[in-house]
Design a protein around this ligand. Structure first.
Ligand code: MG
Length: 203
């Protein structure tokens, strides 16, 4: 099982990061041990002083596919969940400055909280799906699939050119604007529409 994460898929987030809006999807990966199971707290690691939340819709791949055409991509997923792409922003900044890979900033243990459930795509409108993240009860991020630069189908088509997608793979589809730091004691709660999907306590 692999975790694929899309970067800069919302123009306002690219802007807040002082990054250009991409013309092709940008992706990186997290290992399976990055997955933070529902109900598990996140322990703030010693190697960073600036961990940020990035709340993202997550697509679960339902079958094996390679070189998938965008028009057929919808056959490769049935369910949408919600996740957080925890990012050590201080380490990421150093990686960017030095042209180094992002793994230490993005792919550490527990850096990918995932929702306790996934929603059947037949029960939602994927073109206008909204989601949000609350930190200690206050909304900090709000997104809608309408603002995605690359649709889920385009992402699947793009990524599957480079690697075979397999059943159970997860694609974190990028974060909207409003990313920010976490601190020990914080509670993050994520919603798709009004449905609570995810809750993570920072310890
Ligand atoms: Mg992200």
């Amino acid at each position: 099982m692999k975790i694929i994460c899309i970067g800069r898929n919302y123009a306002k987030h690219a802007k807040e990061m002082n990054a250009a809006v991409p013309t092709t999807p940008l992706f990186f990966m997290k290992p399976d041990v990055a997955l933070l199971r529902p109900g598990t707290p996140f322990f703030y690691p010693n190697f960073s002083k600036d961990i940020h939340f990035e709340c993202e819709l997550v697509v679960k791949i339902n079958r094996v596919g390679k070189n998938i055409a965008a028009k057929f991509a919808h056959k490769y997923y049935d369910e949408i969940g919600l996740g957080i792409d925890f990012t050590a922003r201080d380490l990421q900044q150093k990686c960017k400055e030095n042209g180094h890979p992002w793994e230490i900033a993005k792919s550490f243990e527990g850096s990918a909280p995932i929702s306790k459930e996934f929603i059947d795509k037949k029960a939602i409108d994927l073109n206008t799906l909204s989601f949000h993240l609350e930190k200690n009860g206050e909304t900090v991020q709000q997104g809608t699939t309408e603002d995605m630069i690359f649709s889920i189908d385009r992402i699947i088509a793009y990524v599957s050119q480079f690697m075979t997608l397999k059943k159970g793979d997860l694609i974190y589809t990028g974060t909207p604007a409003g990313v920010g730091p976490i601190a020990i004691g914080d509670e993050l709660t994520g919603f798709i529409g009004e449905r609570e999907m995810l809750s993570v306590r920072i310890k």
